[in-house]
Design a binder for this molecule. Structure first.
Ligand code: ATP
Length: 458
């Protein structure tokens, strides 16, 4: 892939997709703010996700749980005890990093693939020592031992210190679906198999490598818990169906190039003990193939844990057979910000022939469907006509107005934010009610009747 992360971050900043968070005060590492274009692109991704996985299906319902949640939830889920990264410090230059990243990157540079998830701290120490892995920053081999570092952000609720109670910012949205399973059953007409979907922010105190929005402390997830009766529904079939659905969402709905995607099955060592199968859909980011979307068959582990910790009955009674049991679950979990970065990387095109940068975004993803320009800004008839075309188009699609600078510059600015169509109102418009419509990818223009404009940009 020829596009670099620097290309993407520069464009993202220049055109208002992504800014560093708290930049005015020196910035905060691994946190980002999304500007006007970024907010629009994120919203479009989110809306397509919701439409595909909730609105267009009759076996799915939505949920929106709070981001601050009871400490017990995270004890039951295993996050308090086990949701930790192994970190290591360089004693010479004091850089802190994830031990798994240190080892994996070392092997990648040697042309080998090594996955270390699931290894104990002692095994990581031994591997680093055996290979004499140097610090990527200063080159020395003076490491501390590997230590565990919990990723959950604790919060203290209440204003009086003595009566404050510990809660956590959620580390994933998934637990919201498990702890509300009974509420959803009792308050809706769902029947197995069915899924509960949620979009929302999660928080992890990650040690990151600074791969832009790929791994951040605060991020958005789109997670689904698909509940089923393993005696009625074959999990292998369901699993394959979800793989197909996820693949189609990435390649068709978001329009990403198939050749940049691949499935990777977790090894026995890295897979959680309760999961029967876990595979990651990986995208070929500018820094290599990395997890975009996880798909895990989690059996009845999560509901059973919450039954154990809460003492409440979270089982399901089959309305036909009266069989009472704890449903099993398949979980497709994606990061919306990783979809965002994927879409930017995939759409980025350096058009050397016309000396421009184009974001070849799918029409449904682009922040604006069309831009409307009056050819000149000092002819009131042209401006008035353009204004009326703009108002009409804006009632159907997100549309932007631009009358600054020359037409060429306006085109280049729209190309960089991925606007598929630029509509120009010129002298001929006043005579025959036609406008020029320029196609973003081919840069070709054609004259279209104003009456037919909505259809032309559909
Ligand atoms: P990774 O191995 O990359 O840390 P994970 O396996 O811990 O990811 P999950 O817990 O399965 O991730 O979360 C589901 C999805 O949420 C991931 O596939 C990813 O797209 C997204 N995600 C997880 N952590 C982050 C993060 N720190 N920043 C942005 N997105 C994230």
């Amino acid at each position: 892939m020829s596009v670099t992360l620097d290309d993407i971050t520069a464009l993202a900043k220049r055109r208002g997709f992504v800014y560093q968070s708290s930049e005015l005060y020196g910035g905060l590492a691994n946190l980002y703010d999304y500007g006007p274009m970024g907010a629009a692109l994120l919203r479009n991704i989110r809306n397509l996700w919701w439409k595909t996985f909730v609105d267009d299906r009759d076996d799915m319902v939505g949920l929106d749980a709070s981001t601050i949640s009871h400490a017990k939830i995270w004890e039951a889920s295993g996050h308090v005890a086990g949701f930790a990264d192994a970190m290591i410090d360089c004693k010479s230059c004091h850089v802190r990093m994830r031990a798994d990243h240190l080892i994996e990157d070392y092997f990648t540079k040697k042309g080998k693939e090594e996955k270390v998830e699931g290894k104990s701290l002692e095994e990581l120490d031994a591997l680093i020592a055996k290979e004499k892995i140097p610090c990527p920053t200063c080159g020395k081999h003076t490491w501390t031992t590997v230590r565990k570092f919990n990723l959950l952000f604790p919060v203290h609720l209440g204003i009086l210190e003595e009566s404050q109670s510990l809660a956590y910012l959620r580390g994933e949205t998934a637990q919201g679906m498990f702890v509300n399973f009974k509420n959803v059953l009792d308050s809706t007409r769902v029947r197995l198999p069915f899924g509960v979907a949620q979009l929302g922010k999660s928080f992890r105190n990650e040690i990151t490598k600074g791969n832009f929005v790929f791994r951040t402390l605060e991020f958005e997830q789109g997670e689904i818990e698909y509940f089923f009766d393993p005696e009625h529904t074959k999990w292998e079939t369901l699993y394959e169906e979800w793989k197909k659905t996820m693949w189609e969402f990435a390649t068709k709905t978001l329009g990403v190039n198939k050749s940049n995607l691949r499935w990777r099955a977790h090894t026995d060592e890295e897979r959680s003990f309760y999961s029967k199968r876990t595979e990651d859909l990986e995208y070929n980011y500018p820094f290599g193939y990395k997890e975009l979307w996880g798909l895990a068959y989690r059996t009845d582990y999560d509901l059973s844990q919450h039954i154990k910790f809460s003492g409440k009955d979270l089982s399901y009674t089959d309305p036909q057979s009266n069989k009472k049991f704890v449903p099993h679950v398949i979980e497709p979990a994606v990061g919306i910000n990783r979809l965002f970065l994927m879409v930017l990387a995939d759409a980025y095109w350096k058009d050397d022939q016309r000396r421009r940068i184009v974001l070849k975004l799918n029409k449904t993803l682009a922040p604006y469907r069309a831009a409307v320009f009056p050819l000149v800004s000092n002819k009131p008839e042209i401006v008035a006509k353009a204004r009326s075309v703009y108002t009409t188009l804006k009632s159907a699609y997100p549309t932007v107005w631009d009358d600054r600078g020359n037409i060429g510059k306006r085109y280049l600015a729209q190309d960089e934010i991925g606007t598929p169509f630029c509509v120009t109102i010129d002298y001929q418009t006043l005579e025959d009610n036609t406008v020029t419509v320029r196609d973003r990818d081919t840069a070709e223009q054609q004259r279209v009747k104003i009456d037919e404009l909505k259809g032309a940009v559909a």
